[in-house]
Design a protein. Structure first.
Length: 128
């Protein structure tokens, strides 16, 4: 892949990611969650969306794909990323003094060509 194509791919991927996170945030609000932060970073970890849902503080990882060539988006999270999400979410919880149980969810957004985006929500998808 030459540099130009690589930059185009990164730009397209970034656009898909931003769109996916916006759709996920809207969905979470529509089911009664209160968004507290987006793209919260701490050291090497990042949480795409942090929200409250009932008695839970929820750290949400959003995975967006335009195709499924590389597999289902929910399988794209490795142990290192889980540790980073967990550390960032724990720091956020401590920083804000939130005394709720921490839960880790995954939301996947698939953008099939020419069709409406498909969202899947995996509650309690992993443990940090």
């Amino acid at each position: 892949m030459n540099a130009l194509k690589s930059d185009e791919f990164k730009s397209r991927s970034s656009h898909i990611g931003v769109r996916g996170e916006a759709i996920a945030a809207h969905y979470l609000e529509s089911i009664g969650c209160r968004i507290l932060a987006r793209n919260f970073r701490r050291y090497k970890g990042e949480v795409d969306i942090i929200c409250e849902e009932g008695s839970f503080l929820v750290a949400v990882e959003v995975k967006s794909r335009s195709g499924l060539l590389h597999g289902d988006p929910e399988t794209a999270i490795d142990q290192q990323q889980i540790e980073g999400i967990s550390q960032a979410a724990g720091f956020f919880q401590e920083l804000r003094g939130i005394q709720k149980e921490l839960r880790f969810d995954i939301i996947t957004i698939h953008f099939p060509k020419g069709k409406k985006a498909r969202l899947k929500h995996f509650r309690d998808a992993f443990h940090g």
